[in-house]
Write a protein of this length. Structure first.
Length: 267
């Protein structure tokens, strides 16, 4: 599970990849580098916006399933009932469930789940700019970073976003309504597997395919035939290393146009 990445690019670099880019100025601001993007924080995405593409910032972490939220609230209710010496009323539990903090889902793998099906259509798809991402491995000393080469050029994750979702993300914030996003994951390739054997992010390429594919038209989906490109390079460095990569490895990258064939990642 990827819960840490960096985006240190600039608006003009993203504009070179995406035609008709509209900038959400109030949210993007000066587009300062984010060297450590973590869950629940706001990060840039590119999403469909009328006849163009919008670069905006959205909170990382899609809604957890209703089952997960119910089970979490039930566990908390049991502790409260033990302390109070009585059962909660139906109304009390309903209020507790509504205010149950949602830890969010940062990586989406099982797109066959009914929970995700409502957000798989093109209007909810986005691409997430990044320059490097990390997978955690205790035996490796912590966070292991990956990028496409030693310069860590701009690339994109294939993601989905949800508009104006009401939930409690942090207890101190209380109930909030905000847009949310996460990115897809798939089976790790030979380079990532030794560090993180469960999954790796789906990459939406590093070319103008981003515009034509990941947030593109339904016609592109029917014509989608692109596959894995094993020739793109990934630089790997451990926690505490210098900005230059220690070693160079190969990572599989999905062409953005294939993102529209999202059923491929059913598990």
């Amino acid at each position: 599970m990827c819960n840490l990445y960096s985006v240190t690019t600039n608006v003009e670099a993203i504009r070179a990849f995406v035609r008709d880019l509209i900038i959400d100025v109030p949210k993007i601001g000066n587009f300062e580098p984010q060297t450590f993007v973590v869950p629940h924080y706001f990060a840039p995405i590119v999403r469909n916006f009328f006849d163009g593409r919008e670069l905006t910032k959205v909170r990382w972490g899609l809604p957890s399933s209703s089952v997960a939220q119910f089970e979490a609230a039930k566990k908390r209710a049991q502790k409260v009932q033990a302390k109070m010496g009585r059962d909660l009323t139906a109304g009390e539990f309903k209020d507790m469930l509504a205010m149950e903090p949602d830890r969010g889902t940062t990586n989406v793998r099982n797109v066959s789940s009914k929970h995700w099906q409502r957000w798989l259509s093109p209007e909810f798809r986005c691409v997430v700019p990044f320059n490097s991402f990390s997978e955690f491995n205790r035996d490796e000393g912590g966070d292991v970073w990956y990028a496409f080469d030693d310069s860590r050029p701009l690339a994109f994750f294939a993601g989905i976003w949800v508009p104006q979702w009401k939930s409690v993300r942090k207890i101190k914030e209380g109930l909030v309504t905000t847009d949310l996003f996460a990115f897809l994951t798939t089976e790790p390739n030979a380079e990532v597997r030794p560090v993180h054997p469960k999954a790796m992010p789906v990459h939406a390429g590093r070319s103008r395919d981003v515009d034509d594919g990941a947030v593109g038209s339904g016609q592109a989906a029917a014509a989608s035939t692109a596959g894995w490109d094993a020739e793109n390079r990934v630089a790997r460095r451990k926690r505490g290393s210098t900005a230059d990569a220690i070693t160079s490895r190969t990572v599989a990258v999905l062409a953005a146009s294939e993102y529209l064939g999202i059923q491929r990642w059913k598990r």
